[in-house]
Design a protein. Structure first.
Length: 288
C-alpha cells in the first residue's frame, strides 16, 4: 500500500437537492486540509429533485483522522442537508466471495482481472454446487468449496454458504444457476451482484440462445444487477448489447453473449468496488 492509497478516501452522498451542497462539502474538505481529486454529481430535476455526489479526496494522516472526520462531517454538513452518506478509505480493500455452477466464462474473467490487479479487492472464496471448476479456481490460489443444492436441502445449503461467506463485503453470482431465497438475500442487502442474459423476461428458462435464435433476434446482451427478493428485478448496474443477424448460429449467439456477460459483470463489480454505484430505490446512479 503506497502513501497515496493510504490517504485516499471516497465520499458518497444522497439527499434532497438544495442550493449550497457542493460549496458545503468542498468547503468542509478544504478546511480539513483535503485535496479533492475527483467530483461527480447528478440531480434528478433542475429544482427540488434528488441529489447524488461522489467525491474522491486526499488527506494526510487519513487513517488517524478518520473517526474525527466522520463525526465532524456528520455534525457540520450531513445533518444540515439530511444526507445519506458514506466515507470509505481506498486502503480498506473490499472482500469478495463468488458463487458459480458449471459455466466458467464469467468466473474466469473475474479471476483473471483480479490476478492482473485490475479488480481492487480480495477474492476470498469460490463456492459452487458442482465440482467442475475446482481446478480452474485453485490454479489461481483461491479456496474452492462445493455445497450441493437440491430441493430437499436448500435451507441447509444456504446456511452453509452464508457461513463460508461471512466477512465478505459483496457476493458475485458468476452464473450461479440457483435461485437464492428471500431469507438469504435479506442477509446481504445490495451486496449480491448477478449477471444474466438480457433476454429476460422474453426468453426465460432453459436454452435462452436457442429461443432467441428461433425468434430471429437482432440484439443480444447482458445485465448486471443487485439481487433482491424479486427475481431478476433488482437495481441495474450495467448493461451492454451486441448486434447479431439471421446468419448467426445458436452457438455463435452463445459465444457472443458470453463475451458480453463477462465484460458487463466485470465492469459492474469494479464499479461497486470503487464506490461508483449509489442505489436509489429501484434504480442506481453510476458514476463511471
Amino acid at each position: 500500500m503506497n502513501m497515496t492509497t493510504a490517504n485516499t478516501a471516497r465520499l458518497l452522498i444522497t439527499c434532497e437537492d438544495k442550493p449550497g451542497i457542493v460549496q458545503a462539502v468542498s468547503s468542509f474538505l478544504y478546511h480539513q486540509g483535503a485535496n479533492i481529486t475527483a467530483l461527480d454529481q447528478y440531480a434528478t430535476e433542475a429544482q427540488g429533485g434528488r441529489y447524488f455526489m461522489r467525491v474522491e479526496f486526499e488527506l494526510e494522516h487519513l487513517q488517524a483522522r478518520k473517526e474525527a472526520l466522520l463525526q465532524t462531517f456528520d455534525t457540520n454538513v450531513a445533518h444540515r442537508y439530511n444526507m445519506q452518506w458514506h466515507i470509505s478509505s481506498v486502503s480498506d480493500i473490499k472482500k469478495v466471495g463468488i458463487l458459480v455452477s458449471k459455466v466458467d466464462h464469467a468466473l474466469l474473467e473475474l479471476l483473471w482481472r483480479h490476478a492482473r490487479g485490475s479488480l481492487p479487492c480480495e477474492i476470498t472464496h469460490v463456492v459452487s454446487n458442482h465440482d467442475t471448476l475446482r481446478e480452474s479456481v485453485e490454479n489461481f490460489g483461491i479456496p474452492f468449496t462445493v455445497v450441493p443444492v437440491n430441493k430437499d436441502n436448500k435451507p441447509e445449503a444456504e446456511a452453509q454458504i452464508n457461513e463460508i461467506m461471512q466477512g465478505n463485503d459483496v457476493l458475485v453470482l458468476a452464473r450461479y444457476m440457483q435461485i437464492l431465497s428471500e431469507d438469504f438475500v435479506s442477509k446481504w442487502p445490495m451486496q449480491v451482484i448477478n449477471i444474466h442474459h438480457s433476454f429476460l423476461p422474453a426468453f426465460v428458462g432453459a436454452n435462452p440462445y436457442k429461443q432467441a435464435h428461433e425468434k430471429g433476434v437482432k440484439l443480444i446482451g447482458a445485465t448486471a444487477h443487485y439481487v433482491t427478493a424479486d427475481l431478476d428485478q433488482g437495481p441495474i448496474i450495467e448493461q451492454d448489447v451486441e448486434r447479431v443477424s439471421h446468419k448467426n448460429s445458436v452457438e455463435e449467439l452463445r459465444e457472443l453473449g458470453e463475451d458480453v456477460e463477462r465484460n458487463v459483470l466485470a465492469r459492474a463489480v469494479k464499479w461497486h468496488l470503487e464506490d461508483r454505484v449509489i442505489v436509489d430505490g429501484t434504480k442506481t446512479v453510476v458514476f463511471q
